[in-house]
Design a protein around this ligand. Structure first.
Ligand SMILES: [Zn+2]
Ligand SMILES: [Zn+2]
Length: 214
């Protein structure tokens, strides 16, 4: 089913289980081209639980499209291709939603993992091989690799435009579309009292530290 060794041929993979798998024995020494989509709903679930998001969010508005070539060189498996997707991002400065068309080339080298305990090629890897990782078993889970690549290619600080002016810290208007008469650096005098306040949780934790020291 997957034994296609013709670079001009495009084949849409069936989704096996959660993702697209390629049998290692079917990876030949001449390139095979495939195209498939990763479901937007599944990826959006991942996106909404992505750890380490700082202020911004993304949502796919269509599937993640994958164009992939693969082949082997001895035991090493070579992959390259392009990811493309239409997304909606939330600007980290002004919080407005903006469209983002993502298109990223990628390439991976998968080396056979050495048997446990045996000295493997891991030790030979030099700086240039850092993009390489390892495979073991009969199949390569391409979806896993694609998803990882997709998450990595999303900018960590999404902006609707480089020059986004963000929101006014005082009145909250979107400074891209409106002006306001707040003066920069001004703080409401009523907030000054709050700044001197010590939170009970802070006190509790510092008491704990004091106890630990005595
Ligand atoms: Zn913005
Ligand atoms: Zn303002």
């Amino acid at each position: 089913m997957i034994a296609l060794h013709c670079s001009a041929f495009h084949y849409t993979f069936p989704q096996i289980g959660e993702g697209v798998q390629i049998l290692v024995e079917n990876i030949g020494s001449s390139p095979t081209a495939v195209q498939f989509d990763e479901d937007a709903q599944t990826l959006n679930r991942f996106l909404s639980h992505r750890p380490g998001r700082d202020g911004g969010e993304y949502r796919l508005t269509g599937p993640l499209r994958v164009a992939l070539h693969y082949m082997r060189s001895g035991e090493d498996l070579l992959f390259d291709g392009t990811l493309s997707a239409d997304l909606a991002g939330q600007c980290a400065r002004c919080l407005e939603e903006f469209p983002l068309a993502l298109s990223r080339p990628f390439s991976w080298v998968l080396l056979p993992a050495s048997p446990q305990g045996a000295p493997g090629r891991e030790t030979e890897l030099n700086q240039e091989d850092l993009a390489a990782s390892f495979y073991s078993g009969d199949t390569v889970d391409v979806s896993l690799l694609v998803r990882e690549q997709f998450f990595l290619s999303l900018p960590s600080y999404p902006l609707c435009q480089e020059t986004c002016k963000g929101l006014c810290e005082q009145c909250g208007v979107n400074l891209n579309s409106e002006g306001c008469s707040c003066s920069p650096g001004w703080t409401d005098p009523r907030l000054a009292a709050l700044a001197t306040l010590r939170l009970p949780t802070q006190r509790a934790s510092s008491e704990k530290t004091e106890k630990a020291h005595s």
